[in-house]
Write a protein that binds this ligand. Sequence first.
Ligand SMILES: [Zn+2]
Ligand SMILES: [Zn+2]
Ligand SMILES: [Zn+2]
Ligand SMILES: [Zn+2]
Ligand SMILES: [Zn+2]
Length: 285
Amino acid sequence: MRLVACQSCHTQYDVTDVADERFACRCGEEVVNESYDPVDTQIHRCGSCGANVADPEAEACAYCGSSIVRDDAKLSLICPECHGRNEEASRFCTGCGVAFSPETVKIEGYELPCPVCGCLMPPRAIGGIGINECGSCNGIWAPADRFEQLINRAIEARKQGERLETPRVKGGNPAVQKVAYRKCPECEAFMQRRNFRRSSGVIIDTCKNHGTWLDADELEQITGFVLSGGNPQASQMMEEADRQAADAVKRIRLAEFQQHSYTSRSSGGDLFGRTIVGVLKGLLD
Ligand SMILES: [Zn+2]
Ligand SMILES: [Zn+2]
Ligand SMILES: [Zn+2]
Ligand SMILES: [Zn+2]
Ligand SMILES: [Zn+2]
């Protein structure tokens, strides 16, 4: 696999089969499709789990046990950030620690139809993570594994003790959500609805091949849930949200994928999380 990264937003692209010398990044900047000369770097991170590798002679990762490969012949993937050599299947660069998470180059553009409104969602980056955002319903499409990256980024920001800012939530009232099966903006198959980490009460839509859809405010609710670490005060609210979500899904199933959507009360995540949007959108925008 051959990767390049946008110099502006650091979105990575798999250019193994891309002939164009330049193409547009989802952030609007131009990316040069170049082959990097590999650089010999010291191994600081595990290529499988990203954990620190303290011992420069280590044979295996102390956390996940993955072997640490130093044979250049087996290191065919060049990191688009530090140009260090890595194993083809690495998930993290062993030199600079960046996660390998390439997108497919789309010569025809990165706009995608919103699964809720149908209008085109322009691409943008939050904290260097490429997503699509609907300007109408404020939902977010996180391609591939960007969803986990977004959460991790928000948590990092919070842990660094960044000052919380006033939230800039532009979305509609999160307490009233339309509940319906939604189609993946990339393949148009119905997405799977699931309760994030089973007990968060936040229902997200996932296409296993293409990414995750988040309604307005759901990212903040999820980040709040993760950061609360199972706050017992919150568990009752979550159980109730779970129950309501399950009810809603049942009703939708009965409706046999009719195009109508139902409106149901949902207990939202206002208890926490509202402040996280300040961190996320304020600091990382
Ligand atoms: Zn970019
Ligand atoms: Zn490891
Ligand atoms: Zn690197
Ligand atoms: Zn929309
Ligand atoms: Zn899909």
